[in-house]
Structures are given as structure tokens and as C-alpha cells.
Design a protein around this ligand. Structure first.
Ligand code: ATP
Length: 351
């Protein structure tokens, strides 16, 4: 039994979530998973209607009643401040303490990779991006704004607790999945306080996991190595800003933003799963959005809910869609959002 809150969101969000739900409900029926879903009235439409972004009582319900949140995308031109998206996404991230941003970089079809001579065996890693601290907390300020003497400070927040738990989560994942190495990336040669904390914490935690190779790269070197020799990496752990950037590099290595899935996770508690792409207003309503990132995110959610074999199954189905060119236009195919999902459901045996 598990209860999932569904936030379809804006732009292509409702289109891809609709398809994601078709697959989830079919898998639920066939495999008797005992899933229940509640569609939440949140997003730009709701905000424009009554000014609500994310009410505190909904947040309490997420925490107390649900096991997972399945989100499409947030962002709408009619809300230029994007306040609803910030309140919902950052609200969940911080108030539910979703400290792991989990981003697999897994190439499923060699032809989708922009790197010459690299294939699925080379590009198969996961990134653990710290999701609640770093440079994204808004700590800082502006002084003498709009004058020639203006000063703006954006402070990077690193706590021992925050750094330790994300590093530990990365090692735990490596251990659980039999992965041989964890790479920590920072910029400790230039950022001597916060990233020294990362260094010390990494070495201390690594000692608890003696069977796993622990190595360090400066983040600039990591960016080069992910392109030159992606086969070096199994698990990467890094801070919020660097993780934001290297996971987008990773998304391209695995075939583009339409194939990138993500989890915002608090291990053992309610967690949020969403495709990496945004609301893509340019293609919204046309029925051509690629739903595969959503299906992969649904797979990740099923794994979080105790069904890792179904995540593997979905990955296998998505791989078949890619190999058969059963894909949307941006990946060079001809199928609609719905037709791609129909094809996936055939591969999953739930059509
Ligand atoms: P937001 O501000 O919500 O992040 P955005 O348009 O700036 O929206 P994305 O939504 O990530 O950013 O889109 C970037 C580009 O990628 C757009 O041109 C969009 O059409 C394309 N794109 C994003 N997601 C998909 C998808 N699922 N299928 C096809 N194309 C997509």
C-alpha cells in the first residue's frame, strides 16, 4: 500500500503526467501494488484562480499521509514571478527536507549519446546532488543597491550534518548496489572553508566503507572527465550548485533532457519524483512532449516505494522504445506523447 500525491503542474506537465499515470495504474493493476493516487489542485491555474501556491495544510498532508509526490513541471508565462513554482518546489525540498537530489545518468541507447565511441557500458552513473544547502539557500544580501558602489553577497552554506548525510547516502547507494567507487567533487583548492569541510567529511565517511574506492576531483576536472572518460564514474557526490550543472551535462550524455529523470529524496520518508525538464511552453498542448523522462521518474518512484524490479522493467521498456525509434520529434521520431506511451506499455506487457 502506498499513497501518491500527483501534481501535474503547468505547460507540458499535465500531458506527461497523464501518460505517466496510465503506465503506473496499469502496472498497479497487473502487479497488485496497492497504489492510490490523489491529484492535487496546485500549479499556475490554481494560483491565478485564488492566489494559492502551497497551503501549509497541504504540506502537512504530504508529510503525514503520503509516501511519494509525482510532479510534472511548473512554470507559466502568466506568472512571471514564478512564485507558485518556487513555493511548491522549494517548499517541498526544504520543508520535507529532501536532501538528496538523485540523478541517474544512464545511457540506454548508444545512438543517443553525443560522445564518439562511448556506449551504455561507459555511461552508467548516478549523481547525488546536495539539495538543501550550498549556494541555493538565499543567504546573503545586497548593499547600496543600484548605485556604483553596490555590493551583493551570496553565501554558501555548508553544515557538517548536511554534508555528511549526502556523502553517506552516496556511499550507502554504492554499497547497496555493489558499485565500486564514489567520487566527490568540490573546489577545495579555491574555496578553503566550506569545501575543506567537504574534504574532511568525505574522508571520514569513506573510512566506514572500506570496500568502496573513494576518490576526489575538483569540479572543473570532473566536467572534463565526464566527457573524456565517463566510464570512470559509478557514483558522484557534490554540492547543490555543482550538482545542478554536472547533472545537466549528464542529461546530455544520456540522450537529452527528454530522457532525464530525478528524485528529490529523504531516505525512508515522503519523496518527490519529477522529470528534469521544465514546462516547455513552446510545445505545450501540441501532444508532442517526450514522456520518457516522466516514465523513468515514475520507475524511480516505484523503486522508492519498494519495487526496484519495476524500475528495471520500465528502463528496459524505454530502451526498447529508443532502439525501435518509437520516440517523439525532438529525438528524431514521429510519435505523439500518447503513442510513445502506448509503445512502452506494449513493451511492459500492460497494454
Ligand atoms: P521552464 O522555465 O519551465 O524550465 P523552459 O522552456 O525554460 O521551461 P524546458 O522546459 O526544460 O525549459 O525546455 C527547454 C527546451 O527543451 C524547450 O525548447 C523545450 O521545448 C524542450 N523540451 C523540454 N522538455 C521536453 C520534452 N519532454 N519533450 C520535448 N521537448 C522538450
Amino acid at each position: 500500500m502506498a499513497k501518491v500525491a500527483v501534481i501535474a503542474g503547468d505547460g507540458i506537465g499535465p500531458e506527461v503526467i497523464h501518460e505517466g499515470m496510465r503506465v503506473l495504474k496499469a502496472l498497479d493493476e497487473v502487479h497488485q501494488l496497492g497504489l492510490s493516487f490523489e491529484e492535487m489542485d496546485l500549479g499556475a491555474e490554481r494560483y491565478l484562480r485564488d492566489g494559492t501556491t502551497l497551503p501549509p495544510e497541504t504540506m502537512d498532508r504530504f508529510r503525514d499521509e503520503f509516501d511519494a509526490i509525482f510532479l510534472g513541471a511548473l512554470g507559466d508565462k502568466r506568472v512571471p514571478s514564478n512564485v507558485h513554482a518556487k513555493d511548491i518546489l522549494l517548499g517541498c525540498r526544504f520543508q520535507l527536507d529532501l536532501y538528496v537530489n538523485f540523478r541517474p545518468v544512464k545511457l540506454l541507447d548508444k545512438r543517443r549519446c553525443p560522445l564518439k565511441y562511448k556506449g551504455p557500458r561507459d555511461i552508467d552513473m548516478v549523481v547525488f546532488r546536495e539539495n538543501t544547502e550550498g549556494l541555493y539557500t538565499g543567504v546573503g544580501g545586497q548593499f547600496k543597491r543600484d548605485t556604483p558602489d553596490e555590493v551583493a553577497i551570496e553565501a554558501e552554506l555548508n553544515t557538517r550534518k548536511g554534508v555528511e548525510r549526502i556523502i553517506r547516502a552516496a556511499f550507502e547507494h554504492a554499497k547497496q548496489h555493489g558499485l565500486p567507487s564514489v567520487c566527490m567533487a568540490d573546489k577545495s583548492n579555491a574555496m578553503r572553508h566550506g569545501h575543506d569541510l567537504w574534504q574532511r567529511t568525505f574522508h571520514a565517511v569513506a573510512e566506514e566503507f572500506s570496500g568502496i574506492e573513494a576518490f576526489h576531483l575538483y569540479v572543473d576536472v570532473l566536467a572534463m572527465e565526464m566527457v573524456r572518460a565517463p566510464e570512470r564514474f559509478d557514483v558522484i557526490v557534490t554540492n547543490n550548485l555543482f550538482g545542478d550543472i554536472v547533472t545537466d551535462l549528464g542529461a546530455q550524455l544520456q540522450g537529452g533532457i527528454g530522457l532525464a529523470a530525478s528524485g528529490n529524496i529523504h531516505p525512508g520518508a515522503v519523496s518527490l519524483f519529477e522529470p528534469v525538464h521544465g514546462s516547455a511552453p513552446d510545445i505545450a498542448g501540441k501532444g508532442i512532449a517526450n514522456p520518457l523522462a516522466t516514465h523513468l521518474s515514475a520507475g524511480m518512484m516505484l523503486s522508492h516505494l519498494g519495487h526496484p524490479e519495476l524500475e528495471k522493467k520500465i528502463q528496459g521498456g524505454v530502451r526498447k522504445c529508443l532502439l525501435n525509434n518509437q520516440v517523439t520529434k525532438e529525438l528524431g521520431g514521429k510519435l505523439s506523447t500518447k503513442a510513445v506511451t502506448d509503445a512502452l506499455m506494449v513493451h511492459l506487457g500492460v497494454a
